[in-house]
Design a protein around this ligand. Structure first.
Ligand SMILES: [Zn+2]
Length: 89
């Protein structure tokens, strides 16, 4: 089974990305074809850590908006939304 990891541009949230080599510490770098910015893939994976999921839920309970959550946790809005859909209420 293929592992699916959602990666999107942190600047414009496009998923039209190309791999752009690796940084010195071995982190995969990506370049966004839409806005031409490059970024490290690493922090996007934060969304898949259990503690980040917990924080999403916790902030939702504190009635934070999706935009606030994505900004404070530095993850994509779509990731917050898909995480909320998965969570039991
Ligand atoms: Zn972009």
């Amino acid at each position: 089974m293929k592992q699916y990891i959602q990666i999107e541009c942190p600047f414009c949230h496009s998923d039209d990305l190309v791999k752009n080599g690796q940084s010195e510490n071995g982190t995969q770098r990506y370049r966004c074809k839409a806005c031409r910015k490059s970024f490290q893939g690493e922090y996007l994976y934060r969304a898949w850590l259990p503690e980040v999921k917990e924080q999403i839920i916790e902030q939702t309970l504190n009635s934070s908006g999706i935009r606030d959550i994505s900004r404070s946790l530095r993850i994509a809005k779509n990731t917050v939304i898909s995480e909320l859909k998965k969570s039991p209420r």
